[in-house]
Design a binder for this molecule. Structure first.
Ligand SMILES: Cc1ncc(COP(=O)(O)O)c(C=O)c1O
Length: 453
């Protein structure tokens, strides 16, 4: 139940590369770590100290506070803030799909429950799409209320409390929280290459070989959130996937968490500079997808799990979790997703193409931090940047930028890397993105030259 493994790993990541000069005592200072269970009395004392009347669960109390909730607080009471924070896109779903949904509200079927695993028509369309677009042939599909819920389903299905799991820094904060709140407290956070942020495959192999009991699950997000880093094919297929499959007797399943991967064209266009996205499949691999970004469907909450059909019992166990959380993803949202899929890749292509410009605008805004400070951004909608060495407390910088310069970004400490920030460039149309980026640039120039005055 101790998170010590992740503390060390996290520090290790930090020490490799960009954070060489940061005292290790500070590296995890802004993360709330899960303390060991020291008995009932100590537990109650700790809960009281955390302001609870002693009735609340440790799994909730000791889970990180969602960074987005903290960020939303910055927006309260201020109507002139511009957001480069939340991972969203600025477009809405295809008009044809929205028009259809408007009519559909009167259809009695959307007010009823549907099949737990998803509407048959949508599942069939997704299986076809996975085959044609993602080269995934032996997987079954479960439709969920977004990728986040898909991830929780998987953690609850695959892991027991006290198990250890692996992720790589900088990690996706909600995935980390999913582990914490389900009692998977031994979270081993592996290093990335300091320059590319690619997961360190050697570290992974060693960790899987040496950690006892063997970690249950490895999470890889590609392209990365919060970094936008793209894991190239050879690393994904040969090093990561192969080394994991070789340690299969040790490691039962990987969750290969593919961000916002809905269509090839989407991938093609959410990948920049001609890079091409690929997926891997195997009996030790589960892929997670989302409709949120490609189709502007964040609030409709549709994602899906592509899990290996041949693994005995997996479907039945996943269904138990599904039946107790959403029962089924909202029917109207599933129908909208199906219609959006039918509208097809060209529509997504059209929406996504302007993001290349947004990325350039934001890259330019980050330039005061120095050429070497910015990483990632090869895919997805994120850039990742290191603040000057003395700004380990990235949340303080985020608050200062919001208050003094009217622009909001995400602190890297929420992803296990204090002293860094995530900047999202998908949520604003180009003109607004220009304004937000102008504020960010001005703020960073001031930070570098005069500090947080
Ligand atoms: C890795 C990852 N998982 C989950 C999500 C949330 O997706 P959804 O809206 O489908 O829950 C995101 C959003 O950006 C993400 O990057």
């Amino acid at each position: 139940m101790l998170i010590a493994g992740s503390v060390f790993s996290c520090q290790k990541v930090a020490i490799v590369g960009w954070k060489k000069k940061i005292p290790t005592s500070l590296i995890c200072s802004s993360k709330r770590l899960i303390p060991p269970y020291l008995g009932e009395e100590e537990d109650q004392k700790r809960k009281r100290e955390m302001g609870s009347p002693g009735m609340l669960a440790r799994r909730a109390l000791l889970t990180d506070t969602p960074v987005m909730v903290q960020i939303q607080e910055l927006f309260r009471g201020s109507n002139d803030l511009l957001s480069l924070a939340q991972g969203v896109v600025y477009w809405q779903p295809p008009k044809r799909a929205l028009d259809m949904a408007k009519e559909l509200v009167w259809d009695p079927s959307v007010s009823r429950y549907g099949a737990d695993e998803g509407l048959p028509d949508l599942k069939a369309a997704l299986i076809k799409k996975l085959r044609v677009e993602n080269n995934i042939h032996k997987s079954s599909v479960m439709v969920t209320a977004g990728a986040n819920q898909a991830f929780v389903n998987l953690v609850l299905t695959l892991c027991d409390a006290g198990d250890s799991v692996v992720m790589f820094a900088p990690y996706y904060f909600n995935a980390y929280m999913s582990f914490q709140m389900t009692g998977v407290t031994n979270i081993l956070v592996g290093p990335g290459n300091p320059k590319t942020l690619h997961p360190d495959a050697e570290w992974l192999e060693k960790t899987l070989r040496e950690t006892k009991p063997t970690p249950k699950l490895v999470t890889v997000v590609n392209p990365g959130n919060p970094s936008g880093t793209y894991i190239p094919d050879p690393l994904l297929k040969v090093s990561l996937s192969l080394s994991l499959s070789l340690s299969l007797s040790l490691c039962r399943l990987i969750v290969l968490f593919v961000t916002k991967n809905v269509l090839k064209s989407y991938l093609k266009y959410f990948m920049y500079d001609g890079r091409k996205h690929t997926c891997v499949e195997g009996n030790h691999i589960v892929n997670v997808f989302s409709f949120s970004k490609a189709y502007g469907m964040m609030g409709w909450r549709v994602g899906y799990i592509a899990y290996p059909s041949e693994v005995e019992g997996l479907a039945a166990q996943l269904l138990k979790i599904q039946d107790n959380i959403p029962i089924c993803a909202a029917i109207i949202s599933q129908r909208l997703a199906l219609c959006a899929l039918e509208v097809g890749p060209e529509w997504v292509t059209e929406q996504v193409k302007d993001l290349v410009k947004n990325r350039e605008i934001v890259l330019e805004a980050l330039s005061p931090l120095g050429e070497d400070a910015v990483r990632g951004g090869e895919g997805a909608i994120y850039l990742w940047a290191k603040l000057p060495d003395k700004y380990i407390d990235d949340f303080e910088v985020v608050r200062w930028l919001a208050k003094k310069h009217g622009v909001v970004i995400i602190p890297g400490s929420s992803s296990g890397c204090p002293g860094h920030v995530r900047v999202s460039f998908g949520g604003l149309v180009e003109d607004d993105c220009q304004v937000a980026a102008g504020r960010l640039r001005k703020g960073l120039e001031e930070l570098v030259s005069d500090g947080m005055v």
